[in-house]
Structure formats: C-alpha cells, structure tokens
Design a protein around this ligand. Sequence first.
Ligand code: ATP
Ligand code: MG
Length: 476
Amino acid sequence: MPDYMFLLESRLSPEQRAAMLRVQELAAVLGFNVYLTGGTVRDLITGANLRDLDFTVEGNPSKMARELEKGGAKVLSEDEKLRHVELLFAGDVEGSISAARDEHYVRPGTRPEIRWSTIMEDLRRRDFSLNAIAISLNPASRGLLLDPTNGLSDIEHGEVRALSIHSFTNQPVRLLRALRLAARMGFKLESRTQEWFNLAIERELQLTITPEDAGEEVRSLSREERPQLILKEWEEGDLLELVHPILAKKHPGYDAINRLIKVRDDLYMAGFRPRLATPMLLAIFSRLKDRELSNTLSKLGYHSAEIEAIEKFPEKALDIQKELAGKKTKTPIDAYRYIEKIPMEYVAYLLGESGNSAAFLHKWRPVRQALPIVATELEALGMPRGPKFDQIVQDVFAIQLNGRAKTPEERVKILRKLSGIKEPPKKKEKEKKPAKAEKHVETAAEKKAAAAEKHATHERHKAGMKAAAAKHKGKK
Ligand code: ATP
Ligand code: MG
C-alpha cells in the first residue's frame, strides 16, 4: 500500500499540520477512528491548493468540536442531525469534521435515511469517485489510502465519475457539482456519467434542485479560483437559470471576475492570500442592480445578516480608499501600516475596481514593490522562527518602506544587527589553521605511539612463538 504521509508532511502549511495533529490527538483520546477525506485528499493528490481540511470520524464529532473550541478554534456552523461541524482552527485554517454516515434511499430521488457507518460505507455514498478517497490518520495505519471506488485511477485519467446510476436522481444538485468539478480541474465527465447526466437533463431533474442547494453551489463558486470557467459551463448547459433567471439573462460579470483574478495573482506574488468570497460574489453578480442582488441572495438561502454585509462591502471599501488618499497615509510606511490592518479582501476589491482607485494604486504600488524576501533572508542567517523573528521582519519592512535597505547586502547587514547574529569573522578562519596543525601533531604523536605499540606486540608475539616452539619440542 502506498504511504501518503509524505504528501501530508509536504503539502500542509504549518498551521494546517497543527490543526490536523490536534484533531488526530482528540480522536485518539475519544477512541474514534479519524480520516482526512473528500476534497482535501483529492486536492492533495492533484497538487491543487489546499483550501480546507475535511475530516471524517467514526463517532460523533460534537465532543471534539467542544474540545477544539476550548483550544481557540471557532465553530462556524454545526448540524447536529448530520453530525457535521464547520470550523476555523487557529491560524485561520478552515476545516470540517463529519461523522461517517451511510445514506439509504428507499426509492431513487426520495429523502435518504441516514445511518452512522464506517469510513468505507461513508466513502461509497459520496458523489464522485475522485471525492470518495480518504487517508487514515489512525496510529496503526497512518498514511494509508482508502480508495474503495478507484478514484485515484479516475484522477489519473482526468475524469469525473458518478458512483451510481441514481446519482443525479438522488441529488440533482450533483448536476451543478459535476460541471463545477470538471471545469475546475480541466476534467471531462466519464462516458457513462455523461449519459446519466444527459438523461437527467432530458427528464428535467435540474428543475428540482432546491434554491438552497443551488445557493450552496454559489457559495462554493465564489470561493473558486477560476469561477468564470464554471459559470461558462453552467451557462452552456442552461443551468445558470437555476441560480437565478436574472443572472442567466444579464450574464455573469466576466470582466469584473477577470480583473479580480488578476489582482489576486498580484497579491499572491506579494505574499498576501486574501479571502475573496465577497468581492468575487459581487463580481459574479456585478450586472445586477442592488435590489436584484439582495433578492437573488435571499432566494439562494443567504441569511439577512450575510446579505447586509455583502451589500455594505463596497461602501466600506470606499471609506478605506478615502483614508488611503488622505494625509494619514502619506508616507509608504504609514500606508503599509494602514493596509496591514485592513482585511485584504477590501484591498483586492478596490484594486479590482481600479477605474476609480488611482490614488490608492499610486500608494499601494510602491508599498507592494517594497515587500521583500526578508523572512527568507533572516532564516538563511540561521534565526529560528518565533515572535522575535516576526518583529525583526516587521522592523525591516518599515526600514525598507522608508527607502533604505534596498540591496540584499544592506538588508543582511541590518538583519544581522537586529538579530544579533554576527558575521563569522574572517580572522577566525586563520585561527582555525593552527587548530588543524595541532591535530596534525596529535596524529603524528598518535602514530608514533601506535608504531611503538605495534613493535611491542610483535616482540611479545615473537617471544610467545619461541616459547610455544620450545614447549612443542619438549613434548616431542
Ligand atoms: P471544495 O474544494 O469545493 O470544498 P469539496 O469536494 O471538499 O470541494 P465540499 O462541498 O466541501 O466539497 O464537500 C466535501 C465532500 O463531501 C466532497 O468531497 C464529497 O465527498 C462530499 N459531498 C459533498 N456534496 C455531496 C453530494 N451532494 N453528494 C455526495 N457527496 C457529497
Ligand atoms: Mg471541502
């Protein structure tokens, strides 16, 4: 069996690894088997960005959630009936823990009965083979891959394969999911899955997708890296109507989406990882009037507080823009300190809407360009990571933003000064030589001693031989 532990070691961020270890520990204490499952394993294998950690336990995760909360994790939502908890672990790590469950459909398309189950049954009830894979996190089998429906092979072939002929009948929302996954990964639907898909569309099963299920898809869409690819697929398949007829009629804001993606890529390059769900949602729906947007979101099951936050987002971004154009953020370091405090999603939104944010860009650019590789340089000097390390990085940022420490040499000098890590003096190299010479003397002395010892042994040996020969003679 292949060992997938190395994938976890290399692909998880330190914060994600810490979250995984905590979940593993808790599961062991409570006596539950625990697995990393679904999208997380799929993304680990394909090398895609690991957005969140989905765990499945053979047991009830609510106790684990309580313990995790004590340790500072935030429970974002909890479905007691489904035994599913969405969490935000320390370090901003998104994740979920679900109880392993099987779904039994008395007749295709009816509501399933839920039964708590083993991981294998849980994997088999999932939507597509590439999502039905798990990695064990249990002490005796850590790193073992569980792949009961051969998802790995489908990933290799670039195919999305549904796990049952009733897949779309049982959950029509999987029509949207299938296209979303295929578009995201550049995969195609496996041939039989494509037939089942076509059959479902012929029977107009898409019209039975509930608005809430469609809403969940929209939520996922707004977190996608390239939502435009998915929207195009939905549009071509006449499925956009399901999200909202107005969106189908007015079309998604492809231009706004593309601008935001360009900004996101720039921010990534500068070392920022903004969450873009809200600005992306606004970009997707940018052709809708305010009223149309709130009606659509409400129909899709967004809560009123969420809708309000989404509606207010542009106003808040504009306030920030005003601050940035003002005196308080005149110098690059002041601008940087200000930007550092505001959520990056606002920065991304403003840059995306750059048509009216020239002042912002003017200030932002030098700040961004000055963002250096200080942390890497400090690490190379041998400074361990920790609060002092972070403080030094911050200090050097500030120094740089004021126009100093531009060359690597200058930076290293400053880093050495702040960290107290001294340059190995050149003199020392010379001092080392006598040490080597001393060793030589020692070796020579040792050699002498060894030679003397060898001689003595030889003499003893000769004497011994003589004595033995004499004895032998005597016996004869
Ligand atoms: P993403 O990267 O968008 O989070 P994901 O595959 O993790 O992708 P989730 O919606 O987080 O998607 O679902 C987690 C897992 O739950 C999936 O990988 C899949 O195994 C299972 N799942 C989700 N929705 C369905 C569904 N409608 N039917 C069956 N299984 C599902
Ligand atoms: Mg997921």
